[in-house]
Design a protein around this ligand. Sequence first.
Ligand SMILES: [Zn+2]
Ligand SMILES: [Zn+2]
Length: 358
Amino acid sequence: MSVLEYKCPHCGGALVFDSGTQKMLCPFCDSSFDVEALRQHDENLKSLEQENINWDDLEESDWKRGELEDMILFSCSSCGGEIMGDKSTVAKSCPYCGNTAIMTKQVSGVLRPDCIIPFKLDKNAAKKALTGFYNGKPLLPGAFRSQNSIDSITGIYVPFWLFDCDAHAAIQYKATRVHMWSDSKYNYVKTDHYELFREGDISFERVPVDGSAKMDDSYMDAIEPFDYSAAVDFQTAFLSGFVADKYDVDCEQSKPRANDRIKASTEDAFSETVAGYSTCIPQKASISIEDGKIRYALLPVWMLNTKYNGKTYTFAMNGQTGRFIGALPIHWGKFWLYLTGISALLSTLGILVINLMF
Ligand SMILES: [Zn+2]
Ligand SMILES: [Zn+2]
């Protein structure tokens, strides 16, 4: 029989065929292997070498006649934020930093969005959500709550790149199963070592990557998810009464983040198939992305700004689901009272415990 030269999966030494046991032996570390298992191992290693990431170019949809001409670009001279709106839009202040020095320009050199999730919740819903957000916040300064003047409230479409693809992945794991037992004299520990291999296909739809550097990522993460099934083809009519952020992270720059998200999700999905071991550690992973399509989408977000003691506080609400996020000022006097209250309570408890003990 012809035996290929195999290397020991444990130590890398050259294996020799042992006719007595019909197995491959490693003269260096004393391991023995089935020929079939080694052939499989070699094939697995080959799969782990293959990695191909192919994203199609963005399918640019052309602006229709008059669409671009009917829009204006507002740029903030303070933070550099750029938003677009239709000609009827009046932008008094920047939704990102609250600054009122806004310049207007003609829109040019921007891609036309492929799809849009229209606003489902209106301005009043956003105001209500802000009041709801104040409730149950004991450390909020009273004046902040009572003045409660919303400086600006803007319905803004935030640009996102959506990635669709079929992924083929291969992951190798090293796993152990540990058994322990004892007799009258000794404790025993037996550790079995396994090399596991998983290979398969997984499809991804609409993996979102934020196309706006101005929009705080932690805010966006907090108000996700969006229901993408409500996305429709873009029409400029959806912009009326709202503004759209001009993307400043293009789809090329977003690809590494999409790849990372797809890789992480694939590893999570595969790790569910390797249950039942004491330890299981991924060694090597390869992922190929086929048929990758990228779309440019606009997602609805309400941005609210309030000023308090010369500082601007920004809040954001998912315009589709109502999820709300923001930072609030803290009344430090109340904070210390609150802390003292807690410690007073603790010391009372302490006295009680001491009383009970003696
Ligand atoms: Zn060896
Ligand atoms: Zn600004």
